[in-house]
Design a protein around this ligand. Structure first.
Ligand code: ZN
Length: 293
């Protein structure tokens, strides 16, 4: 069977105070984690730039500095965020830091994300039976996505497609039909547990509902994330069905395992894969699987 692509989602906007001191913040910490995750079997690193106190850092220079350090230290493929809550930013402004980085080989990422639709991202507090915010929308209009597809292709990067629900996946099919996205598509099926309600639940049925609607007749390499929940319960099913895995402390602190590092999570996924007869892909092998130049 095809080799398994493991992506390390090292930090998102997770705070160490939420239960795990190993969440990396600074460019140095993220680059160090990149090396450890690569050694443990990850071929892609996803990160959000953060300030030393953990606050979100939206500066283009911070992204460039982080990618520069990762690329100098490791051959792991780099997948930076575009920034999470979009508010009123224009499509050009949202993509600007990625396009700028792509012009310099020392800071060029390999992927740029495209979430193929819009979704509410207010955190739900189940214990308190309330939403902690009520106006956070991850907004990706059709026009914005068409702009992203053109610009990301023009910059020579691979679009990292994300589907929160089946409707997002249908957009992937339509964009392929329109010639805006190339095959193989790399599609992340985003399950959401506990705090975010915008995705399918992190269960076998939540996953299967996604898989039932993958675009017909298209070459899609799919990976799975559980944003806000534990992905291990699904890992064997994903690996056995030919999917890939995206996991890390950014999504969930994994307190069931104590206080694991990102590399600990990657290593465990690699062990499960080998038990099921699937080897783990190197960055070079991941590029070949995903049809990247
Ligand atoms: Zn992210």
């Amino acid at each position: 069977m095809r080799k398994l692509i493991i992506e390390a989602r090292v930090n998102e906007y997770m705070l160490r105070e939420q239960g795990n001191p190993h969440v990396p913040y600074t460019p140095e910490e993220i680059a160090r984690d990149a090396v450890a995750c690569r050694d443990a079997g990850a071929s892609i690193l996803h990160f959000h730039a953060r300030k030393p106190d953990g606050a979100p850092d939206h500066e283009a220079a911070s992204y460039a500095e982080t990618v520069r350090r990762i690329r100098a230290a490791s051959d792991i493929l780099v997948h930076p965020t575009l920034g999470y809550v979009t508010l009123d930013a224009t499509p050009e402004a949202r993509l600007a830091h990625v396009i700028a980085m792509a012009k310099d080989p020392a800071t060029a990422p390999h992927f740029a994300p495209m979430d193929m639709g819009s979704v509410n991202v207010d955190r739900y507090n189940a214990q308190g039976r309330r939403f902690e915010t009520t106006e956070l929308v991850y907004r990706n209009s059709t026009g914005t996505l068409m702009h992203f597809a053109k610009e990301i292709r023009g910059a020579g990067l691979k679009p990292y497609l994300v589907s929160w629900t089946v409707g997002f996946t249908r957009y992937v099919g339509a964009f392929m039909e329109m010639g805006l996205l190339d095959e193989p598509g790399f599609l992340c099926l985003c399950l959401t547990d506990n705090t975010f309600l915008g995705g399918h639940p992190g269960t076998l049925r939540g996953l299967q509902a996604h898989l039932d609607f993958l675009p017909e007749g298209r070459h899609i390499e799919w990976t799975v994330v559980n944003f806000g929940g534990n992905l291990f319960a699904l890992a064997a099913a994903i690996i056995a069905q030919g999917g890939h895995i995206a996991i890390g402390l950014g999504d969930y602190t994994y307190s069931e395992l104590g206080q694991p590092t990102n590399a600990d999570l990657i290593r465990r996924i690699g062990e499960i894969a080998r038990d099921l007869g699937r080897e783990v892909a190197t960055p070079e092998e991941a590029r070949a699987i995903l049809g990247m130049r």
